[in-house]
Every structure is written in structure tokens, then in C-alpha cells.
Design a protein around this ligand. Structure first.
Ligand SMILES: Cc1cc2nc3c(=O)[nH]c(=O)nc-3n(C[C@H](O)[C@H](O)[C@H](O)COP(=O)(O)OP(=O)(O)OC[C@H]3O[C@@H](n4cnc5c(N)ncnc54)[C@H](O)[C@@H]3O)c2cc1C
Length: 333
């Protein structure tokens, strides 16, 4: 019986956390027809990733360990997945919405001639095939996509699904394969650079984002007050494109259509107008709070909480209140 195949992406020798969200989707899709969940892993020096995967609730893990896969390499990853798909014939393949995952998904779908569903926030496996929901027009509309012709390659949006819990000793079978390219190698990874916010947090995983726009007026507050507020809430700083283009913060902190897609528990947007290209990257946040001097700023239409005012007057009060709350929490503990 065809199964559900989950692509586990390693990151510097560790399993990327999105894997556990994919496992939630896989378990749900598999339950409809009682199908098995398989995991595919491609990379190099995979000991700790394999250890983590042994706790996944999957029937089988398929491993391609090859030095050529040490760097993110969509061509190699899609070749590995295509070979595996040819053998186990899954009904659905799930990949994470990372730069490697997105490109590998597209290559795999083209190679196999399968349907591709990107940036999915809901998914159902019904008698008519797969029905998925994905945000379009910068998150202003949720489109329901019915892809009747399977198999399906699905890329869920990060944090749109709960992470599955690792199990004690779940995996029963591990298979190891050799990576064979269908033709001569065509692509190579150039230099890799890791960008993080000043708090050292990846903005795609941070539970809280304090995001600044052009209204902040310059680079200093990003490493000052915004960073301090983010730190108090266990979060990170992010920014609009104007801010990144101005060189106030690294482009890795950009949220939006041409930046990162984030879905934190709280997105605090300060001095950002709310252009559709920005909203495309943050509309899946659990809660959005906006501070803007202009009460007609479009961001207020999406906000759960809004303050009309100058950030220079609003944020110091927020900082003091947060600090007081934290101190009160410590002294009552
Ligand atoms: C193809 C394409 C892709 C794009 N991709 C992205 C993307 O990925 N991410 C992205 O962000 N943008 C993207 N953009 C740009 C986008 O259209 C907007 O230009 C950008 O988001 C505006 O950034 P901003 O809101 O910071 O600046 P502005 O539009 O200049 O808004 C600044 C806001 O700050 C407020 N403000 C000013 N002073 C204060 C103050 N003292 N206190 C409080 N509020 C204040 C103003 O009222 C205003 O609302 C893209 C554009 C295109 C064409």
C-alpha cells in the first residue's frame, strides 16, 4: 500500500525542527487510509540526526549518506527522493519550507510529474484526493486548492501545524542506499553564511518577533530598544524590506514575500505600514500587534491589537511594563 513519505532535513548535523511538524501532517494523512509513514534522509555525518529520527513514529527510515550532500544540494536531494519514490511509490511526499526543501520539492514534482502544493496551512485527505488551504495575496485570502491528480508533493508552512512528539523507540526499520545521479552533476553549493538576529535566534522559529519598519528611522533602535524588548519576551528582532535594503539590519531578518515567512505566537510590528508584500510573510502569526503613528496604516486591518502613536513614546512604556512583570514573576517564585 502506498505510504506517506516525509523528508527529514539535516542542518549542521542536527535534525531541523520542522520535521516534527511534517510528522503531524503525515500521521493525519496516513490515518485516513491506514497507510505507513516513511522518512527519507539525505546528508552527511548523520549520527545525531539518525538518533533523533529513531524517535519518529515512522515505519521505515531511508537514508542516503554521501559526502556530496554535506552542503544543501537540491539536485542531489531530489535525485535521492526520486529514486526512493520510484521504489516505494508514496501517495504523498512532505518537505519542509526551507530554501532546500522548497527547491527540492519543485525539482521532485517536475521529475516525477506529480502535483505540487506549496505553503500549505491546512490539508485533508478525502475520497476526491488532497484538499489544501494556502494563503494568497499576502495572506488577505485563504485559497482552497483541490489537487485531484496524485501523487502529491506538499510543502507545509512552518508553524502552521503542531509539532509531533518524539516517541521512545518508534522506528523499526532503517535502510541505507547509495546516491546515484541520473546524469552528470550540474549544480554546486557556493559559500554558506549563517545570519541570525542579535539575540542569536532564527526568526523563523522565534515565538515572538519585534519587527521594525522604515518608521524606526535608523539602525540604532534595532540593536537597542527593539532588541531589548525582544529579549525580554524570549524573541528576536525582524524587519521590513525597506529596513534591510537600507542596510540597517542583515537581509536575513527580512519578513515578507521576498524575505522569510514567519508564524510566531506574537508579531509586534513597529513603524511598518503593512504593504501586502510584507503581510505575505507574517499573516500566519497567532497574534499581531501594531504600533504606528498613522491610524490609516493598512497593518491595522490585520492587527489583533493596535496602538496609534509614536514608537519613541510607546515602546519605552512597554519595556518598563515587561521588565516590571518579569521582576514581579521572579520575586513571587
Ligand atoms: C516585488 C516586491 C517584493 C517585496 N517584498 C517585500 C518583503 O519581502 N518584505 C517587505 O517588508 N516589503 C517588501 N516589499 C516592499 C513593500 O512593498 C513596502 O515598500 C515595504 O514593506 C514598506 O516598508 P515599511 O512599512 O517599513 O516602510 P513604509 O511604507 O515607509 O512605512 C513606514 C511606516 O512607519 C510609520 N511611522 C513613521 N514614523 C513612525 C513613528 N515615529 N512611530 C510609529 N510609526 C511610524 C508610518 O506611518 C508608516 O506606516 C516588496 C515590494 C515589491 C514590489
Amino acid at each position: 500500500m502506498p505510504g506517506i513519505l516525509v523528508f527529514a532535513e539535516p542542518d549542521n548535523g542536527e535534525l531541523r525542527p520542522e520535521f516534527w511538524e511534517l510528522m503531524t501532517v503525515a500521521t493525519k494523512l496516513a490515518a485516513t487510509d491506514g497507510e505507513a509513514v516513511h522518512v527519507a534522509l539525505a546528508g552527511w555525518q548523520l549520527d545525531s540526526v539518525l538518533e533523533a529520527l529513531s524517535h519518529a513514529e515512522a515505519a521505515e527510515v531511508h537514508v542516503f549518506e554521501d559526502e556530496r550532500l554535506a552542503d544543501p544540494w537540491p539536485e542531489g536531494n531530489s535525485a535521492a527522493l526520486a529514486a526512493l519514490c520510484g521504489a516505494i511509490k508514496p501517495k504523498v511526499v512532505l518537505l519542509p519550507r526551507t530554501p532546500l526543501g522548497v527547491e527540492t520539492a519543485a525539482r521532485l514534482a517536475i521529475q516525477m510529474g506529480w502535483s505540487l502544493l506549496q505553503d500549505v496551512t491546512q490539508v485533508e485527505n478525502g475520497p476526491q484526493g488532497i484538499t489544501a488551504v494556502r494563503p494568497v495575496f499576502g495572506g488577505a485570502v485563504a485559497a482552497t486548492v483541490k489537487a485531484r491528480q496524485g501523487p502529491w508533493v506538499i510543502v507545509p508552512r512552518p508553524r502552521a501545524f503542531e509539532a509531533a512528539q518524539p516517541q521512545q523507540a518508534a522506528v523499526s526499520l532503517m535502510h541505507h542506499y547509495e546516491l546515484v545521479l541520473p546524469g552528470p552533476r550540474q549544480t554546486h553549493c557556493g559559500a554558506r553564511t549563517r545570519h541570525e538576529s542579535g539575540t542569536g535566534k532564527n526568526i523563523e522559529r522565534a515565538p515572538v518577533l519585534v519587527s521594525g519598519g522604515a518608521g524606526i528611522g535608523g539602525p540604532e533602535p534595532f540593536t537597542g530598544l527593539l532588541e531589548e524588548i525582544a529579549g525580554l519576551m524570549g524573541g528576536a528582532v525582524s524587519a521590513s524590506r525597506v529596513v534591510c535594503d537600507s542596510g540597517w539590519v542583515p537581509t536575513a531578518l527580512q519578513v515578507g514575500l521576498t524575505g522569510k515567512t514567519v508564524a510566531p505566537d506574537l508579531y509586534l510590528a513597529v513603524g511598518i505600514s503593512g504593504a501586502s508584500q510584507h503581510l505575505a510573510g507574517c499573516s500566519s502569526a497567532q497574534a499581531i500587534a501594531v504600533v504606528n503613528i498613522d491610524k490609516t496604516a493598512p497593518f491595522f486591518h490585520l492587527a489583533n491589537y493596535g496602538v496609534v502613536g509614536d514608537w519613541k513614546e510607546v515602546l519605552p512604556g512597554l519595556y518598563d511594563a515587561l521588565k516590571e512583570k518579569l521582576q514581579a514573576g521572579k520575586s513571587s517564585a
